[in-house]
Design a protein around this ligand. Structure first.
Ligand SMILES: [Zn+2]
Length: 229
């Protein structure tokens, strides 16, 4: 039931994509997983032994990257008369041993590379989540490792925003130059974050403990560093 549903979804997705991508770059691909001679089988057509049981696996590919397998298929060929049979046809004619075919089919495992597209998607999602998390934590990392000219974005009275810039770093305290301009909360910090706007003549100090508290309270709501190395 699940397998059928999953197959239908894959087929529907391929049809939908056919409007966007030419069929050349997506579709199904079949590869042989096993080929083994049946010791207890006789060809119903020519009466010869030596029938070969092939197990094929079908997978969906996109840009030739295998996404996931969707089905397995068995085919039994006679090398003498070149007739091809399905498992059901041979069993109906009592020309083969059901258990032998089942054993070959079970031993033909789907290789992991057939899932490489899915693995790639999961990897990319993981990397993207990791990158977002790193970006989200960046202000706190910068707070713990301050550098001269880091810009602290601060909330002011009446829903205003402004910046302060690190000028001197001491063991317990940091000295900042205040930006002489501010913006409304809907404004853009980059419009006021200009060198000439900082009052470097009158620095003020904030202890590192107080800075941590201000960050926790989100009064310092962002920290940026121009040189990102
Ligand atoms: Zn034959």
């Amino acid at each position: 039931m699940f397998i059928n549903g999953y197959k239908e979804v894959a087929v529907a997705a391929c049809r939908r994509f056919s409007f966007i991508f030419p069929p050349l770059v997506y579709g199904y691909r079949e590869t042989a997983l096993a080929a083994e001679e049946l010791t207890n089988a006789v060809c119903p057509d020519c009466g010869q032994h030596g029938l070969v049981c092939f197990v094929f696996s079908n997978h969906v590919h996109f840009f030739w990257i295998p996404l996931f397998p969707i089905s397995k298929r068995k085919e039994i060929d006679c090398p003498h008369c070149e007739q091809t049979y399905t498992r059901a046809q041979l069993l109906k004619k009592r020309s083969a041993d059901k258990r032998e075919i089942s054993r070959i089919s079970r031993s033909a495992k789907t290789p992991l590379w057939k899932f490489s597209g899915i693995a790639l998607v999961i990897l990319l999602i993981g990397l993207s989540i990791g990158a977002k998390q790193l970006e989200k934590n960046r202000p706190d990392r910068l707070l713990n490792n301050p550098k001269i000219h880091d810009i602290y974005w601060v909330k002011g009275e009446f829903d205003t925003r402004s910046t302060i810039r690190i000028e001197i770093i001491e063991d317990d305290s940091i000295y900042f130059a205040e930006n002489q301009y501010y913006i409304a909360s809907s404004g853009r910090i980059k419009d006021i974050d200009k060198n000439k706007n900082y009052n470097t003549a009158e620095l003020f100090a904030i202890s590192k403990d107080d800075l941590k508290q201000l960050r926790e309270d989100r009064i310092i709501y962002n920290i940026t560093r121009k040189n990102r190395c």
